[in-house]
Design a protein. Structure first.
Length: 139
C-alpha cells in the first residue's frame, strides 16, 4: 500500500452533559486515498457520484492519538474522547490537513473532498505488519 496523502477525520461524539453532537478532529498522515467516479443512466439522464476508498496503515502518524473501537469511543466522556480517534459510519473525512480554525459546519465551503464514512473495517489482525490497516469507504 502506497501512501499518497494526509487526511483529517472528524469523529462524531455525543456529549451527555450538553445533549449535543460534537466533532473531534484528528490529522492522520501518510494514508492511501483513491477516488472512483461512478456514472449511471436512469430516467433523469446521466448521474455521477464519487466513491472514496481510504486505507490507513496501522503505523500511520496520528500525532499520538490512540485508536479505539467505535463502541468504546461512544462511551467515553467528552474530555477523554479528545485524545482518541475512531472510525464510524457518518464520521467525516477530509482529504488533506484542515485548518483547525475552520468550523466543522464550514468544511464543504473550504475543501473539495469532504467525505461521509459509509463503511469501514479494521484489518489489523490479518497479514504482515506492512499490510495491517483500517479501510474506509465513503461518499
Amino acid at each position: 500500500m502506497t501512501a499518497n496523502t494526509d487526511i483529517t477525520i472528524y469523529n462524531r461524539h455525543f456529549n451527555l452533559a450538553t445533549g449535543n453532537d460534537e466533532y473531534f478532529r484528528t490529522v492522520i498522515r501518510d494514508v492511501y486515498f483513491h477516488t472512483n467516479q461512478r456514472v449511471s443512466l436512469d430516467s433523469d439522464g446521466l448521474t455521477s457520484a464519487d466513491e472514496y476508498q481510504i486505507r490507513i496503515p496501522a503505523s500511520a502518524d496520528t500525532n499520538g492519538k490512540e485508536y479505539i473501537a467505535p463502541f468504546d469511543y461512544k462511551n467515553l466522556p467528552s474530555a477523554a474522547a479528545v485524545g482518541k480517534w475512531t472510525i464510524n459510519n457518518s464520521d467525516i473525512v477530509v482529504k488533506g490537513v484542515t485548518d483547525p480554525a475552520i468550523s466543522f459546519g464550514e468544511l464543504k465551503k473550504h475543501y473539495d473532498n469532504v467525505i461521509t464514512v459509509v463503511s469501514y473495517s479494521d484489518n489489523r489482525s490479518i497479514g504482515s505488519d506492512v499490510l495491517k490497516h483500517w479501510r474506509i469507504g465513503g461518499k
